[in-house]
Design a protein around this ligand. Structure first.
Ligand code: PEP
Ligand code: MN
Length: 340
């Protein structure tokens, strides 16, 4: 249920509503908009009687939220959420480009890539240190050693960093080094991990599972939000399809679809979605045209020799061309590209 306060409501009236929600054993969430404050009562709605709130001083209206996700919905928070990550922004009119290797393989590989993607215009540096691999015999990532490289290179170049947290056990370590924590597609419904991430003060980049609906993605975001962390980016990275000529099927309609029901920024990852170098640039451009707030692209100094995801990583030259083609599209759709 959400309680919409009158635009002239004072702090004492807001506090009174918050206390009544707490007394009923529910969790209040306050969203202060430009014109009015909205208070969400999260928990078992059967404990609430809308009439008991409607009569309180300063309350304008009381509405049940019909959707199963509450805090992620636009009913609770009408304006787009804009995340501030270091000196950069993602969400609203802001567009952030994340680029870097699939896996961090060495300091030299990461630094070379970071220098190239930064020069091309990416403000965010990615690189996996804990890798979710289908085979236990494949390269698993450099772990904490890789995280240190990411922190050092990001710091040197003034880029914000993002890397995947694979398990609750690594969460504190990853959070100590990276600016944004990525939840991989395979972990989208690892609810214990999501709840723990909800208690961190770090932005979370939440990837859609290839077999999840957009509603399930929003329910996963809700796990993070409901613990108090409101800094979540949703990422479409391809869903299971029947056409085996691409790795997955990029659901681009998910961008405006998610944006219509949620205030959270929406990202697209065309690298994992297509699994094919030749398709990454057109789909990155299409993502921006569709209104994405963020695009994540894998880039490697020598893609053929990459230790993971070799077929989909872009060369430095190809990434530069992508960025040159992307700028006019961002302008055309009114997105402000965050520059390093
Ligand atoms: C990744 O971004 O490195 C990754 C493993 O992606 P996904 O979880 O989408 O497969
Ligand atoms: Mn990858």
């Amino acid at each position: 249920m959400i309680i919409v306060m009158q635009s002239k409501a004072v702090e004492g009236q807001i506090d009174a509503v918050v206390h009544r929600i707490e007394d009923l054993g529910l969790k209040p969430h306050i969203s202060r908009g430009e014109f009015r404050t909205i208070i969400g009562a999260i928990g078992d709605e059967s404990l609430l009687r809308p009439e008991s709130f409607a009569g309180m001083a300063g309350v304008e209206s009381v509405m049940p939220i019909m959707k199963p996700y509450k805090l992620a919905s636009r009913d609770f928070h009408a304006e787009d959420t804009v995340l501030k990550i270091g000196k950069f922004r993602i969400g609203g009119e802001n567009l952030g480009i994340v680029a870097g290797p699939c896996s961090i393989e060495s300091l030299d590989q990461l630094r070379q890539t970071a220098v190239a993607v930064r020069a091309a215009g990416a403000a965010f540096l990615r690189g996996g240190a804990y890798k979710p691999r289908t085979s236990p015999y494949s390269f698993q990532g450099l772990g904490e050693e890789g995280l240190k490289m990411l922190r050092d290179v990001g710091g040197e170049l003034g880029m914000a960093t993002i890397t995947e947290v694979l398990d609750v056990r690594d969460m504190a370590t990853v959070a100590a080094y990276a600016d944004v924590l990525q939840v991989g597609a395979r972990n989208m419904q690892n609810f214990r991990l999501l709840a723990d991430l909800g208690r961190l003060a770090k932005p979370i980049f939440l990837k859609r599972s290839p077999s999840a609906t957009t509603e399930e993605l929003l329910m996963s975001a809700e796990y993070i939000l409901s613990e108090g962390n409101h800094n979540v980016i949703l990422c479409e990275r391809g869903v299971v399809g029947f056409d085996k000529s691409t790795r997955y099927t990029l659901d681009l309609a998910a961008v405006p679809n998610l944006q219509s029901v949620s205030h959270l920024p929406v990202a697209v990852d065309p690298s994992h979605a297509t699994g094919r170098r030749d398709l990454v640039t057109p789909m990155a451009l299409a993502a921006v045209a569709a209104g994405a707030h963020c695009v994540m692209v894998e880039v490697h100094p020598d893609p053929e020799r990459a230790l993971s995801d070799a077929p989909q990583q872009l060369t430095f030259d190809a990434f530069k061309r992508l960025m040159d083609e992307l700028r006019p599209i961002a302008d055309a759709v009114g997105r402000k590209l965050q520059t390093p």
